[in-house]
Design a protein around this ligand. Structure first.
Ligand SMILES: *Cc1c(COP(=O)(O)O)cnc(C)c1O
Length: 339
């Protein structure tokens, strides 16, 4: 048995999802003629109380389209230093949009209004224009840490007062909402744009949806095309996303429970120096050598992700069963590593 905890992107579509894909009504979405894609876009937009949606191949693309659509060259965006947009999108903000970036040092990636306020630049010739604030919820590199609705609202109100645009990288927003016991509707009106990944914890094979106003999505459609993301009979993928939204949201709580149980086991091990607080489905822990731990676990059939030379990440998901949890806990306890 191979246990893959590297990411919640490793899940494979099951029979029922494949069945939904096989029966999807299809058309050419570059001509805006794929009914299943339209259905998905409308469904996610309605869920979050936004006007319109755009189906894209990846969360990197939805984030980068948002940055591009909201900014011009000479603009500057504010993010946290551990966020995905800054670290894991190949510097796309510079490449696609010609903007600079200024970083907060939030607690586990969660930034506050005073931290953002400090970074807003005055209007001088020699400074870029602060335009956009982007938060991530949950924060991947923060160990799946969560912004509460109140924290998001505080930043939203602040952005409005400073005429800043507010984007949510909600790759794992359903994990955040599960942890908060809130509905997507609770985010209505807070953001100018939201990126939602369906290929993470929700278990679809491919796909993210970008949400915003009708005008923003119209502009974003054109940017998606120039980035090469105009897809044809993509209803095949959208059908998997619709299935995921209808069937795999409620079960995220199981992933969170299993992540907590993994963290509890890790906390008892002498070679684990620290475990970041677990709020959702991500467990990040500190060791002497992440490469060594990854290698020893790989030898036992357990795949984990070295996240830095000393940090290891495990992500629970749809295909990580109770049986796999018990097996992983036992293997972790049996590892012999000097502290
Ligand atoms: C995974 C992820 C993305 C998008 O990733 P893709 O692999 O491009 O779909 C964006 N933001 C966060 C926080 C993520 O974890």
């Amino acid at each position: 048995m191979i246990i893959d905890l590297r990411s919640d992107t490793v899940t494979k579509p099951g029979k029922a999802m494949l069945e939904a894909m096989m029966h999807a009504e299809l058309g050419d979405d570059v001509f805006a003629e794929d009914p299943t894609v339209k259905k998905l876009e409308e469904k996610v937009a309605a869920l979050f109380g936004m006007e319109a949606g755009l189906f894209c191949p990846s969360g990197t693309m939805t984030n980068q389209i948002a940055v591009k659509a909201h900014t011009q060259p000479l603009d500057e965006i504010i993010c946290d230093k551990i966020c995905h947009i800054y670290n894991y999108e190949t510097g796309g903000w510079a490449f696609h949009s010609g903007v600079s970036i200024r970083l907060t040092e939030g607690k586990n990636g969660v930034m506050t209004v005073p931290q953002i306020e400090e970074l807003i630049l005055p209007d001088f010739d020699w400074l870029p224009n602060t335009t956009l604030v982007a938060i991530e919820n949950t924060v991947n590199k923060g160990g799946g840490s969560v912004y509460t609705v109140e924290e998001m609202r505080a930043i939203s109100d602040f952005c409005r007062s400073k005429k800043l645009i507010f984007h949510l990288d909600g790759a794992r927003i359903f994990n955040a909402l599960t942890a908060l016991n809130k509905k997507p509707q609770h985010l209505a009106g807070l953001f100018d744009s939201i990126s939602v990944c369906i290929s993470k914890g929700l278990g679809a094979p491919v796909g993210s949806v970008l949400l915003g106003s009708k005008a923003f999505i119209k502009k974003s459609r054109k940017i998606r095309k120039v980035m090469g993301g105009g897809m044809r009979q993509s209803g095949l993928l959208a059908a998997a996303c619709i299935y995921a939204l209808e069937n795999n949201v409620a079960r995220l709580a199981d992933d969170h429970q299993r992540a907590k149980q993994l963290a509890e086991t890790l906390a008892t091990l002498p070679w684990v120096k620290k475990v970041l607080p677990v709020a959702t489905n991500i467990v990040i822990f500190e060791v002497n050598s992440s490469a060594q731990v990854a290698e020893l676990l790989a030898a036992k059939g357990i795949k984990v992700q070295p996240f830095s030379p000393i940090l290891v990440r495990m992500v629970t998901h749809l295909d990580f069963t109770e049986e796999m949890l018990i097996s992983t806990q036992n293997e972790l306890k049996s590892l012999v590593i000097s502290a």
